[in-house]
Design a protein around this ligand. Structure first.
Ligand code: FEO
Length: 392
């Protein structure tokens, strides 16, 4: 795609990655993604805000073909999908300065071996005039790396937010046109990438309150010309209490754990508790991450493999621990053939979770009446806890 005008002297640049299906060798991208860069032209200076993932450098260079000079390359974030092409852009514009936070400078030197003299570091709140266009740099640490910052274009009231408020969507629509679709994509993005940093994001949201933001231009997905839409969603995801929802990631080899999970789910629904089940042998991990964002209770279902939990159950448990969801309760259900330590192993994998662990239900072989009764008791205990916490 060619560059696209947003305002006089302000352009979207970058690349839409329609084919990409996995990020960081971990995160599913069902809708592709984009790497948005932006060009801001003042009367005296020109700034490029972010670059693109290295495989897309030819797209960015073709968009820069008619741009005779770049004075500043603003790096909001050292991750490669935004900064990985700084080298080739610097080669084209050898006089340009790379603008970054002090911490960002160190990380860019580590990752890209950019020479120290190429940098201009900026402090929190520092301004840079391009002539009629003023960039104000706002440090937003841990959104989602320690060095991250955003840029506020004062005259146009545009916030260039990089990953903050981003969504993985490949589209030719420059602006948000379908808020429902974007809400789902942005929630998936938040759940997978931002969720572990909810306290820091809350602080950064507060920090942005003082700015009159009329447009948010992230570095993934579409531009928000109604910023309240995404800011309000972020406030909810960061600080709203969990919902009256039990998320059950599970895996079953011969049907016993599957039977237990289905029985537990039915017992919960009978007691007015919503459930979401994820068969880990086929599930989209991004959807599980989104559900974890809302869940008040997590129940991991696992069969036993070589005396431990099934590796897929261990993976889901590690993921939940890493994402630090708001969940307040956790339990484990499952089965074994002749012995095992699945519960002990999984229980040792959740040091980050501030949860009350409810009595697990583990059966030998196929579940019997006593096991099903224990699952009913677990459902009743969960429903009671949710009621006590007044979860909606
Ligand atoms: Fe889009 Fe953290 O990189």
């Amino acid at each position: 795609m060619n560059r696209r005008k947003i305002r006089d002297g302000v352009y979207w640049m970058g690349a839409v990655d329609w084919e990409r299906r996995l990020f960081d060798s971990l995160i599913p991208l069902p809708d592709g993604t984009s790497y948005n860069a932006y060009l801001v032209e003042g009367t005296e200076k020109v700034a490029l805000l972010d670059t693109v993932d290295p495989p897309k450098i030819d797209t960015l260079l073709s968009q820069l073909a008619g741009v005779p000079k770049i004075d500043y390359i603003v790096s909001h974030h050292a991750e490669q999908d935004h900064s990985g092409s700084i080298g080739p852009v610097l080669e084209k514009y050898p006089g340009a300065k790379v603008v970054a936070t002090p911490r960002g400078k160190g990380m860019l030197i580590d990752a890209l071996a950019i020479p120290e003299e190429a940098f201009l570091t900026v402090e929190d709140g520092e301004q840079l005039s391009l002539g009629g266009k003023t960039l104000r740099f706002i440090h937003t640490p841990w959104v989602h790396w320690p060095e991250t910052m955003v840029t506020y274009l004062e005259e146009e009231h545009i916030l260039f937010s990089c990953d903050f408020f981003g969504s993985h969507i490949a589209t030719s629509d420059l602006y948000v046109t379908d808020e429902g679709r974007v809400e789902e994509a942005a929630k998936r993005y938040f759940a997978e990438i931002m969720a572990p940093f909810r306290p820091q994001i809350e602080k950064n949201l507060e920090k942005l309150r003082e700015y009159d933001i009329q447009m948010i231009a992230p570095s993934h997905g579409q531009i928000y010309d109604r910023p309240a839409f995404i800011v309000d969603l972020y406030r909810e995801w960061v600080s709203a209490p969990p919902k009256n929802l039990v998320v059950i990631p599970y895996v079953s080899m011969h049907g016993s754990t599957d039977k237990m999970v289905k029985h537990l789910a039915a017992a919960l629904v009978d007691r007015g508790v919503r459930v979401e089940l994820f068969d880990l042998s086929v599930t989209d991990i991004g959807r599980l991450a989104m559900a974890l964002l809302d869940a008040a209770t997590i129940v991991v279902g696992t069969c036993t493999v070589l005396v431990g939990p099934h590796p897929l159950a261990a993976y889901a448990t590690l993921l939940a621990n890493a994402l630090k969801p708001k969940a307040r309760f956790l339990s484990i259900v499952g089965s074994y053939g002749w012995g095992g330590k699945a519960v002990e192993t999984l229980a040792g994998m959740i040091p980050n979770l501030k949860v009350e662990v409810l009595d697990p239900v583990i059966c030998k072989g196929a579940p019997r009446e006593t096991d099903l009764k224990a699952l009913d008791d677990l459902a009743a205990a969960i429903a009671h806890k949710h009621e006590q916490e007044q979860l909606a």
